[in-house]
Design a protein around this ligand. Structure first.
Ligand code: LLP
Length: 422
């Protein structure tokens, strides 16, 4: 359930009309609902309330400080994948002892930063990374808490680009090799084994891949215990899907119930890394229609938001519902909703029944809270859009729209002879 609803045919975010924000802030902009973010975080967190657990929000899905701060206040942790994300979560007030650090390419500088901050654990993805962490920890005179991210070789039945737990994917350590690596880790003086992790993919709409992976993890933990390697934290990653269109993913309560049943009485703290299921339906992208046009074959609605603002449709062929901000009748027409970017791949919806929109109308691109703003770019030299947070009847711009000036900040023209005008 989310808090984007119509009142007298006008779309509201909680108690604020979306059109009013558009008037004040301009378009396009991302709009997040505090009540929805809170509700979704709690739905996930409460579902595991009877177990020792940590809900580590996957920062990559939506990294705005204001959003992260909401989860910090709710007692959430973070799943990070870069020094930049570590910087953000610390600034947002998330307790470092609740941070897990995943990713195949952690640099020495990033490892130093995380070790100094005192994170819960590094989810190590290769033998070479483990060596590097041992080296950095020695240099800093510290002990690095680690977990190995194993690759359980399970098909998550989702888009190929966001499947991560298949043997052919770049992520994790194959289970067959992980036992030896744990033994090596146990002998390293500056490494402390804390966890076992996996993450098999994103936008999963069925329980079975999660459970298959969990079964493999449990079996593996038994083997580790026999080798005297004790795991205190079992990290199951993220990946629970949401409804964009007609999907029917399990509710967090059903997800948790199935996991708990499979888990049995395993004696360890469960770590969860949900991203999309918390923020996906808690955010929308609001855009204004600039023009409509037609070719002999098609109708086009040209909006002021494009693939640089929301890349998911172009990248993954993803579906996002399109809703009018002011509902005038229910007439629709088959059309493409496209942006101003100079590429045919720049579309937000293709060959879809869309609201009959004309120049000046506002449209809401729904379910855009996850991997929306966080994947946006300056392509075509378009300043990144504003982000706005609503709470009840208030709203605040929580990231200012970039200006042309801020967009070129950091660029310079060298004063070399060859660059001086002839
Ligand atoms: N943990 C790890 C290690 C991950 O790699 C991810 C997502 C998550 C947790 C969170 O997964 P979630 O709960 O959000 O499914 N850009 C793509 C999604 C990429 C997901 C990458 N990893 C999209 O827009 O669909």
């Amino acid at each position: 359930m989310n808090y984007f609803n119509y009142q007298n045919d006008h779309l509201y975010c909680e108690a604020v009309p979306v059109a009013r924000i558009a008037e004040e802030v301009g378009t396009p902009f991302y709009l997040y609902s505090n009540a929805t973010l809170t509700r979704h975080f709690q739905a996930m967190d409460d579902a595991f309330a009877d177990l020792p657990h940590l809900t580590c929000f996957a920062v990559k899905s939506c990294a705005n400080l204001a959003v992260l701060n909401i989860f910090a206040k709710l007692g959430g942790g973070a799943d990070i994948v870069s020094g930049g994300e570590l910087y953000r979560v610390m600034k947002a007030g998330i307790d470092p002892a609740r941070i897990v650090y995943s990713g195949v390419g952690k640099t020495t500088a990033e490892i130093e930063m995380a070790l100094t901050a005192g994170i819960l654990m590094f989810n190590v993805e290769s033998p070479q990374e483990l060596e590097t962490i041992q080296g950095v920890a020695t240099a800093l005179g510290r002990t690095a808490p680690i977990s190995l991210r194993v690759n359980p070789d399970v098909d998550p039945k989702t888009h190929a680009y966001i499947s991560t737990g298949l043997a052919k994917n770049k992520f994790g350590v194959p289970m067959e090799e992980a036992e030896l690596l744990y033994k090596q880790a146990a002998s390293m003086p500056n490494i402390a084994i804390r966890g076992l992790s996996c993450h098999i993919g994103s936008q999963l709409t069925e329980m079975s891949p999660f459970l298959e992976s969990l079964r493999k993890m449990k079996g593996f933990m038994t083997r580790l215990a026999a080798a005297n390697i004790k795991i205190s934290h079992l990290d199951l990653g993220g990946g629970l899907g949401i409804r964009y269109d007609e999907e029917e993913p399990p509710h967090p309560t059903a997800y948790a119930a199935a996991i708990k049943e499979e888990l049995g009485d395993l004696d360890c703290t469960l770590v969860l890394e949900p991203g999309r299921v918390i923020v996906g339906n808690a955010g929308i992208l609001v855009t204004r229609v600039l023009y409509t046009k037609a070719s002999p074959l098609k109708k086009f609605i040209v909006a002021d938001a494009g693939m640089n603002d929301l890349g998911r449709p172009s990248l993954y062929g993803a579906f996002h519902a399109i809703q009018p901000v002011h509902r005038e009748g229910t007439a629709t027409a088959k059309a493409d909703l496209v942006g101003p970017i100079c590429e045919t791949g720049d579309f937000l919806a293709r060959d879809r029944e869309l609201p009959l929109a004309k120049g000046g109308d506002l449209l809401a691109i729904m379910s855009a809270g996850a991997y929306g703003f966080s994947m946006s770019s300056n392509y075509n030299s378009r300043p990144r859009v504003a982000e706005v947070l609503v709470s009840g009847s208030r709203f605040q711009v929580v990231r200012a729209r970039e200006t042309y000036e801020s967009m070129v900040q950091g660029e310079s023209i060298p004063a070399w002879p060859e660059t001086i005008a002839r």
